[in-house]
Write a protein that binds this ligand. Structure first.
Ligand SMILES: CC(=O)SCCNC(=O)CCNC(=O)[C@H](O)C(C)(C)COP(=O)(O)OP(=O)(O)OC[C@H]1O[C@@H](n2cnc3c(N)ncnc32)[C@H](O)[C@@H]1OP(=O)(O)O
Length: 122
């Protein structure tokens, strides 16, 4: 798995327990994974179809730097499946793990359309 973007955890990202708000993290993950999917498909026109179980493993705190890891798991005709891990950049403590995020390439009408990725192209 390759790690891409990094983010600082700031006060506005915290929940009442003073750790990173889960919804904020999911929003970042969805954006990171959609960009990754677009790079694989060589088209930004894709939508999130499915996110499997999300395992919040350790909390991130204010001042932490976190980084987002993404890997291509499988390739279909219009869809691709991506795995995601988020970890603390310094300690490498795992923050979130998601085994399966499915993105579907769509046409201008929003219908599934072949993305044209070859199986071994990633
Ligand atoms: C980045 C974002 O945040 S996007 C915003 C959030 N996402 C959305 O609003 C998407 C809303 N959903 C949709 O528009 C539609 O469900 C679509 C276009 C994604 C898919 O439409 P469907 O009619 O379900 O498509 P269809 O049944 O033909 O399946 C398309 C592909 O998705 C896959 N797929 C569909 N359902 C699932 C599922 N539950 N799990 C895994 N893969 C699935 C299919 O296997 C197929 O893949 P393939 O072409 O590689 O074989």
């Amino acid at each position: 798995m390759k790690f891409y973007s990094r983010r600082f955890i700031k006060p506005e990202h915290l929940n009442p327990a003073n750790s990173l708000f889960g919804g904020q993290l999911l929003s970042w993950i969805d954006e990171e994974a959609a960009i990754f999917a677009g790079c694989q498909m060589k088209s930004p026109r894709n939508v999130t179809k499915l996110i499997s179980e999300v395992n919040f493993m350790t909390p991130a705190r204010q001042g932490d730097v976190i980084e987002f890891g993404l890997a291509l798991v499988s390739v279909g005709s219009s869809s691709i499946t991506i795995a995601c891990q988020v970890r603390n950049k310094v300690t490498l403590a795992p923050i979130v793990s998601i085994d399966k995020m499915v993105f579907v390439h769509v046409n201008e009408q929003g219908e599934p359309a072949p993305h044209g990725i070859r199986v071994n192209a990633a």
